[in-house]
Ligand binder design. Structure first.
Ligand code: ZN
Length: 576
């Protein structure tokens, strides 16, 4: 079927025009002939009403240290904003001269301004759900299994009969059912490791899901078993977790929309203005749509639909492609392996499984090809080096069969990469969306995977040297760290669990880290022409910091605060 291809104009994209239906742009609806939204970058410098000569700004911010993040790394003192866009940056004197009688003036009193932080990898919907529906079983309150059982027991005592109790834990061995059962004879219990790739359930939950010694592992998932072959209650990878999840109550779109309000606000408090949720399954997308339709969004979002099973492809191809300044359907996400115990690697590691991708490789490649042909982006979670190579193989084959210009597919994490992957990713134009802060959570990596492989973990310098584009994100809620402060500091410091630098030769400078967390993350979603730097015509999304992160010690970045977060020229968070 021939498909029309059209490029969203810049005006449509940023939605400044007072178009019908509140400026919303719907492109391609279910059931109609799909109108393919071109994934090519929006044209830079398209004239906008806000930028006509002599335009009077609505707001000016003066007396600051403004890191514009333009190509010349210009530091300015002031910013003028009109109609949600940056009108101009420059000296305080020059910007003050633009102001009219109605202009609001914000005196920065020497504070530092950066472009709004763009979090390239997170699970904001899941985070909202954890914050509202799950029991936290994490430090400092929960440090041992006994702490966990005590806290869980209190919750179970308050639960209605047969009501599911859901919790998340961190930095503990996954509890087995024989440990959870004594406090939960009738209550089904679901405990997710915060990283998201394995979970513990009790016998009541296994019973509801019908999982027994006879149940076979789903492809790409592992039902852990004891020596007699009975399930222990621990499930590795999403496909195994789905066997139980399919029987759990799901939040309604309205509940998801409500929980998103909570997680968005927490992000605004740390200076994030755009988030890319790279793990939205169908129910989550329904929640996002509800949130968006109700005009509930404060931050800007880019949403990737996650395919967990081959059967998800049909639905993926039917997704409604919303695109306005607050929400955009950006593309598709796969998980081809899990977190460390189930990293898919070329050589053995001492986790749970090292040689198992979560998709059959041929099926994965066919699905990648089908999604590549839609014109949208693909992002693949890759923990191990074999996962990275398989994904590059799939991208390369899809791009060869259909040489789309600049598809800009992505690898998420790229935690461990093989020596050949760096150059290949650069040549294929693949974006590396990563989180160097995780070197702190990985324990003794050389002890687990050997010195030689440890050198290739979160190798941000090697990726940059190979010409790959870097984007940074928090991956929240998969670790205790959700702020850009930690991501930026750890990109420079690379501290391990003992506060020792882990392969410091791979460290970024703070300038490189901030660029990756703004322009790099904008590029990762084809938004480098509208976001990521403070330049005329770009969205007036910016963060005001308590300190100059370029001049303080990297160790101190985590102690800085965000004094103000501005999106589209409006203050969405202000420190009280
Ligand atoms: Zn993630």
């Amino acid at each position: 079927m021939a498909r029309k291809v059209r490029t969203l104009t810049r005006r449509e994209f940023i939605g400044v025009a007072a178009t019908a239906v509140g400026g919303a742009v719907l492109a391609g609806c279910k059931g109609e002939e799909a109108v393919r939204v071109s994934a090519t970058p929006t044209p830079a410098g398209t004239p906008s009403a806000a930028l006509t000569p002599g335009a009077v700004p609505g707001t000016v911010l003066v007396n600051g240290n403004v890191i514009t993040m333009d190509a010349a790394d210009t530091i300015a003192q002031a910013v003028a904003i009109k109609d949600g866009l940056v009108l101009q940056t420059g000296t305080s004197e020059a910007i003050r001269a633009l102001a009219g009688p109605q202009t609001q003036t914000i005196d920065l009193r020497g504070k530092t301004v950066t472009p709004g932080l763009i979090d390239a990898h997170n699970h904001l919907q899941l985070w909202g759900t954890l914050l509202t529906d799950y029991v936290p079983l994490i430090p400092p309150d929960v440090k041992t299994l006994d702490d966990l059982l005590a806290r869980l027991g209190e919750t179970i005592a308050q639960a209605k009969p047969e009501e599911w109790v859901q919790g998340y834990f961190w930095d503990l061995d996954p509890p087995r059912r024989e440990q959870i059962d004594p406090i939960s004879p009738n209550t089904p219990v679901w405990l997710m490791q915060q990283g998201g790739h394995f979970a513990s359930v009790n016998s009541a939950a296994l019973g509801i899901a019908g999982i027994t010694a006879q149940t076979r592992n789903p492809e790409g998932g592992i039902i852990e078993r004891d020596q007699q072959g009975n399930p222990t209650g621990v499930l590795y990878n999403h496909r195994a977790m789905d066997l139980v999840r399919a029987h759990m109550p799901q939040p309604t779109p309205q509940q998801i929309a409500n929980s998103l309000k909570t997680s968005e606000m927490k992000m605004a408090e740390v200076g994030v203005t755009t988030y890319q949720d790279v793990n939205a399954r169908f129910a989550a997308i329904q929640g996002y749509m509800e949130f968006w339709r109700a005009k509930g969004m404060t931050l800007r979002s880019q949403i990737f639909y996650t395919l967990e099973w081959p059967g998800d492809l049909d639905r993926a191809l039917q997704m409604e492609r919303i695109s306005d300044e607050y929400m955009r359907f950006a593309g598709y996400k796969f998980l081809i392996d899990g977190q460390f115990p189930t990293w898919y690697t070329h050589e053995p590691h001492p986790g749970i499984s090292w040689d198992m991708p979560t998709w059959n490789p041929d099926q994965f490649k066919q699905t990648v090809k089908a999604l590549h042909d839609t014109g949208l982006q693909i992002a693949v979670h890759c923990g191990g080096d074999a996962a990275v190579d398989l994904t590059l193989d799939a991208y390369e084959a899809a791009m060869k069969a259909n040489p789309r210009q600049d598809p800009r597919h992505r690898i998420e994490h790229a935690t461990l990469a093989s020596p050949s992957a760096f150059k290949r990713a650069g040549e294929l134009g693949v974006v590396i969306s990563t989180q160097p802060q995780f070197v702190r959570a990985m324990g003794d990596l050389p002890g687990k995977i050997g010195e030689e492989r440890a050198k290739r973990v979160m190798a941000t310098r090697d990726w940059l040297n190979a010409g790959a584009k870097l984007a940074l994100g928090s991956d929240t809620p998969t670790s205790p760290w959700y702020s850009p402060h930690v991501t930026l500091a750890q990109s420079v410091l690379r501290y391990d669990q003992h506060d020792e630098p882990f392969h410091p030769e791979q460290a970024l400078t703070i300038q490189e880290a901030l660029r990756a967390h703004t322009m790099g993350s904008a590029y990762a979603c084809f938004e480098e022409n509208v976001k990521g730097s403070l330049e005329p015509g770009k969205m007036a999304d910016l963060s005001v910091w308590s300190d100059n992160i370029y001049s303080i010690k990297p160790q101190d970045i985590v102690n800085t605060t965000i004094e103000m977060t501005i999106i589209g020229g409006k203050i969405v968070y202000e420190q009280s």
